[in-house]
Design a protein around this ligand. Structure first.
Ligand SMILES: Cc1cc2nc3c(=O)[nH]c(=O)nc-3n(C[C@H](O)[C@H](O)[C@H](O)COP(=O)(O)OP(=O)(O)OC[C@H]3O[C@@H](n4cnc5c(N)ncnc54)[C@H](O)[C@@H]3O)c2cc1C
Length: 412
């Protein structure tokens, strides 16, 4: 991948970073510590380095780019999305202009398929899915009336995923595409999940099978790690790989940006916020394994939720071999990589405690998907990181401090 950002061995940099605020010739520059080299940390680091700050980035893993990390497979040369498939999409022109400063973005449309009951269907559920599933040739208006007639009676304002599904698509589609898949994904029955989880999934009465409705949808030619490598490749930035940043290390920095888990900052004193984690089992095959980048497996007789075939995320490349990841979801243990925040009532009440504790911190801003315990796509992560950096610069000029959160983690 060849990113040329400076690397430091772990264990020795904190003291020098801290003392640099008072002893180095650059002592008058604000010294910034950033925990995490994902998009949140890298964008803030880049922006503040450009503004003249000295930036120390600490990353607990052995690589940059967080969960967006991409790397070439040594056997096949295929670009792998190490923590699961990442498709870039945005309708925000500022974010779109920004990311294209770091790589060429090649148009890509995410078209997912689903296997249920031994047959393959188009996703998200659209007119083709409905007509294939019911063996009909309905037009958009008739399809709406058809599904409306299938709505289960007696459901008022739906509060759960299951009630929402039964009300808007009826039992057959719900059981075929959502019930078991959702339970595999979240480890909870859809009757325990909020209706908002289903509301995020589109249901279309036309033949549009493009997963995202964003203005721009693309893949970076060289992958996300190359982009983040370029962001961090700056004379004012030092990256410390394999070094976890802790609360005790904040002394001496003008400002800390923490993109690690908010509960970890406080040593989990109030308990652990719940996440789902993913296990990937990789396989290599000849040729084309499944003919598509992602296929969901909706039946509970299949243990994995989906299979991603990575060469299809870079259709401009040619590879004779192929790499697939079977994806399994489970609750996240203390030593696992956190992926999806669960954010049910119990977690939100715990989160409220941590938000209160964090709000009492001075000089620490909690950012990103782990720092604010929210699921955030990349474009939102980047937009928020740009906003955080902008606000910090403005606060510096006014001699003010930044609040612990730029976005209230409890509001969404
Ligand atoms: C399976 C999956 C698929 C996804 N697919 C898409 C997609 O298709 N499109 C899309 O737009 N978005 C997608 N996303 C979301 C995307 O991954 C996030 O938007 C992005 O990773 C958020 O960046 P971040 O920097 O906030 O967090 P992260 O990428 O998690 O980076 C945080 C970093 O902080 C490090 N860290 C944690 N604690 C510490 C500490 N104490 N000290 C030092 N370092 C620390 C971690 O090791 C990590 O590298 C997906 C997410 C998942 C889980």
């Amino acid at each position: 991948m060849g990113s040329s950002f400076p690397r430091e061995a772990s264990g020795t940099q904190v003291a020098s970073a801290s003392t640099s605020t008072s002893t180095s010739p650059r002592a008058r520059r604000p010294s910034i510590a950033i925990a995490g080299a994902g998009f949140s940390g890298a964008v803030i680091a880049h922006e503040l380095a450009n503004a003249g700050c000295d930036v120390q980035v600490f990353e607990s893993r052995a690589h940059i780019a967080g969960n967006c990390h991409t790397e070439r497979d040594a056997d096949t040369g295929i670009l792998l999305h190490a923590y699961g498939p990442h498709i870039f999409h945005t309708s925000n022109p500022r974010v779109w202009d920004y990311v294209r400063r770091f790589d060429e973005f090649i148009p890509f449309t995410n078209r997912v398929k689903a296997i249920t009951g031994g047959r393959v269907y188009s996703l998200p559920v659209n007119l083709l899915t409905i007509n294939q599933f019911f063996g009909t040739t309905l037009d958009p208006r008739d399809a709406q009336a058809f599904l409306a007639a299938k709505a289960e009676p007696g459901i008022g304002e739906p509060h759960t995923f299951e009630a929402q599904a039964l009300r808007f698509m009826g039992r057959e589609l719900y059981e075929a595409f959502f019930s078991s898949y959702t339970e595999k994904q979240w480890g909870r029955h859809p009757s325990e999940l909020p209706a908002s989880v289903l509301r995020r999934l589109p249901l279309r009465f036309n033949y549009d099978d493009n997963y995202y409705a964003s203005t721009w949808q693309s893949m970076p030619r060289h992958g996300y790690t190359a982009i983040i490598g370029k962001m961090l490749d700056h004379p004012n930035i030092r990256v410390h790989l394999g070094q976890r940043f802790t609360r005790e290390m904040r002394t001496g920095y003008a400002q800390v940006f923490f993109s690690g888990p908010i509960d970890a900052w406080f040593g989990h004193v109030e308990g652990r916020l719940g996440y789902r984690t993913l296990d990937f089992t990789a396989e290599r095959h000849d040729g084309d394994f499944q003919g598509n980048s992602v296929i969901n497996y909706c039946d509970n007789s299949v243990p994995w939720t989906r299979i991603a075939e990575h060469k299809h995320f870079a259709p401009w490349e040619t590879h004779q071999r192929t790499v697939i990841f079977r994806e399994h979801s489970r609750d996240c243990g203390p030593d696992d990589t956190p992926y999806y925040p669960i954010r049910l009532a119990q977690e939100k009440s715990l989160l409220a405690h941590y938000v209160e504790m964090a709000s009492a911190e001075r000089g620490v801003c909690f950012v990103g998907r782990l720092g604010t315990y929210r699921y955030l796509d990349m474009h939102l992560t980047i937009a928020e990181a740009l906003d955080v950096a902008h606000r910090y610069r403005a606060a510096m000029q006014r001699g003010e401090t930044l609040p612990a959160f730029v976005v209230n983690p409890l509001s969404s």
